[in-house]
Design a protein around this ligand. Structure first.
Ligand SMILES: Cc1cc2nc3c(=O)[nH]c(=O)nc-3n(C[C@H](O)[C@H](O)[C@H](O)COP(=O)(O)OP(=O)(O)OC[C@H]3O[C@@H](n4cnc5c(N)ncnc54)[C@H](O)[C@@H]3O)c2cc1C
Length: 392
C-alpha cells in the first residue's frame, strides 16, 4: 500500500517550499504533481520578492519575514536561483500619485519598513532611459529578485535530499477520508493513502477542495509578460509604476479604456542575464493562458510611456500565467476545521514567489501544531471567507 505521512498536491513554488520546510522538520513527505514541477503559474510569472507593493501592516510584515527566509535559503540550498537584492522602486506620473506615494511611504515607515521618497534627479540617476516628465517615486531597499523556476527546483532538490518523494505526471482525481481520518487519494497513477494532505494546487486548489466538499474562494487572474532580448542594461533593479498598486488593489486610475480594461501597469524586471521582463496585466479570463496580442500591445505601450526608447528594443517572447486570486489579496494558509489533517496553502495571487518561503515555514509549524508560529496565522485562515460573497 502507498501510505504516506504527508502528501502535498502541487509541485509549484508553494508545494516546493512546503516540501522543503516539512521534510526539514523531520516528516516523511510525498509531492504529487500532475505535470512537471513549476509547470503552473510558478513558471509563468516574474521573480520579485517584494514588500514595496504590499498593504502596510500584516501583508508587508509577512513579506519582510519571507525576504529574510529567502536570503537564508541562498545558504541552505545547493542549486543557485539567481538571487539578487538590489531593492525596487515605484515611479509616479503626476503630483496626485506623488501625494499618494508620500502617504504610502509614511504608512510603511510607521510599520517599521525602510521606505523612502525619490525625486526627479534620483530617477535620472537610476536610469538614463526614463521619460523626462516623471515626477519621482519611492524606494524599498530590502526588495529582492529570483528566478522562480530555479527556486522551485532548488527547494525541491533539497527536499528530496531530506527524504521527500516527488512524483510528477500524476494527477489527483479524487480524495476521500475514512473513519480513521486517513485520506484515500486516487490519482492517474494509482491509489495512495495519507495521514495529512496539503492542497498547494494554486488556481486549481478549489477543484481539489470540491473533492472533499470544501469551498475555496480562489479565482484565476490572468497576467501577460513580455521578455526582451539581451541588450544594454536599462536599469539595475525592479521598477513599477505607482498605478500598479491601484490596479492590484482595484482602485480607479487615470488611463485609457484599454489599459483600464486589461489592468495594464508597468512592471520592469531586469534578469541576471540582462534580458528584461515587462509586465503586466490583470484580468479575469477563466483558465485560458493563450497570449492575447491586444494585451501585449497595451503592456508594451505602457512600458514605452515610462521608457520611450524601448520602442527601438527587441523582444524575444511573450507568455501569460494565472494568478491565484483571493478577494482580500491574502493567501489561504490554513487547516480546514471540519476535516482533520486537511490543509490549504494557495491563493497567493501576484505574491506567491515573495511569500513561498514564509508559507512553507509556517505550514511546517502548523503541521506540528506549534503555537508560536513565525507569523500570525489568523489572517490567513480559510474560515475568514465563510460568510463572504466572492466577487470578481
Ligand atoms: C504574470 C505574473 C507575474 C507574477 N509575478 C510575480 C512576482 O514578481 N512575484 C511574486 O511573488 N509572484 C508573482 N506572481 C504570482 C506567482 O507566480 C504565484 O502566486 C505562484 O506562482 C503560485 O504558486 P503555486 O505553487 O501556488 O501555484 P502553481 O505554480 O500553479 O502550482 C500549482 C501546481 O499544482 C498542480 N496541480 C493542480 N491540480 C493538480 C492535481 N489535481 N493533481 C496534481 N497536481 C495538480 C499544477 O500542475 C501546478 O504545478 C506572478 C504571476 C503572474 C501570472
Amino acid at each position: 500500500m502507498n501510505h504516506r505521512e504527508i502528501v502535498i498536491i502541487g509541485g509549484g513554488i508553494i508545494g516546493a517550499a512546503i516540501a522543503y520546510y516539512t521534510s526539514r522538520a523531520g516528516y516523511e513527505v510525498t509531492v504529487l504533481e500532475k505535470n512537471a514541477l513549476a509547470s503552473g503559474t510558478s513558471s509563468k510569472c516574474d521573480g520579485n520578492i517584494l514588500a514595496i507593493d504590499k498593504d502596510p501592516g500584516f501583508d508587508s510584515q509577512m513579506s519582510v519575514v519571507s525576504q529574510d527566509l529567502v536570503k537564508e535559503l541562498t545558504n541552505e540550498l545547493d542549486i543557485p536561483f539567481e538571487y539578487r537584492n538590489p531593492g525596487s522602486i515605484l515611479v509616479c506620473e503626476n503630483e496626485d500619485e506623488m501625494e499618494a506615494a508620500a502617504k504610502w511611504v509614511a504608512q510603511q515607515q510607521e510599520a517599521g519598513l525602510p521606505f523612502t521618497m525619490l525625486d526627479r534627479n534620483d530617477l535620472k540617476n537610476e536610469s538614463k532611459y526614463f521619460a523626462d516628465d516623471l515626477h519621482g517615486g519611492l524606494e524599498c531597499p530590502t526588495d529582492a529578485t529570483v528566478n522562480p523556476y530555479l527556486l522551485t527546483y532548488s527547494l525541491m532538490e533539497k527536499a528530496k535530499q531530506l527524504g521527500t518523494t516527488v512524483i510528477t505526471g500524476t494527477e489527483v482525481r479524487n480524495l476521500e477520508t475514512d473513519i480513521y481520518n486517513n485520506f484515500n487519494i486516487s490519482t492517474s497513477k494509482g491509489e495512495f493513502t495519507a495521514k495529512k494532505v496539503i492542497n498547494a494546487a494554486g488556481v486549481w486548489a478549489p477543484h481539489i477542495g470540491h473533492m472533499l466538499g470544501v469551498d475555496i474562494p480562489i479565482k484565476p487572474r490572468k497576467g501577460h509578460i513580455i521578455v526582451s532580448s539581451r541588450q544594454n542594461p536599462v536599469g539595475p533593479r525592479k521598477v513599477m509604476e505607482f498605478g500598479y498598486l491601484i490596479s492590484k488593489f482595484g482602485g480607479e486610475r487615470q488611463v485609457d479604456e484599454v489599459t483600464e480594461k486589461y489592468g495594464a501597469a508597468l512592471v520592469f524586471e531586469p534578469t541576471e542575464s540582462q534580458n528584461f521582463l515587462l509586465g503586466s496585466s490583470r484580468e479575469f479570463a477563466g483558465f485560458n493562458t493563450t497570449v492575447n496580442m491586444e494585451v501585449i500591445k497595451c503592456v508594451a505601450r505602457r512600458a514605452i510611456r515610462f521608457y520611450p526608447s524601448m520602442k527601438n528594443m527587441n523582444i524575444i517572447r511573450t507568455y501569460a500565467g494565472l494568478r491565484p486570486w483571493t478577494s482580500d489579496h491574502l493567501p489561504i494558509v490554513s487547516k480546514v476545521d471540519d476535516i482533520p489533517g486537511f490543509y490549504i496553502a494557495a491563493g497567493h495571487e501576484g505574491d506567491g514567489i515573495s511569500l513561498a518561503a514564509v508559507t512553507g515555514k509556517v505550514m511546517a509549524e502548523m503541521i506540528q501544531d506549534q503555537d508560536d508560529t513565525i507569523i500570525p496565522t489568523e489572517p490567513l485562515r480559510l474560515s475568514r471567507f465563510k460568510h463572504a460573497e466572492v466577487k470578481t
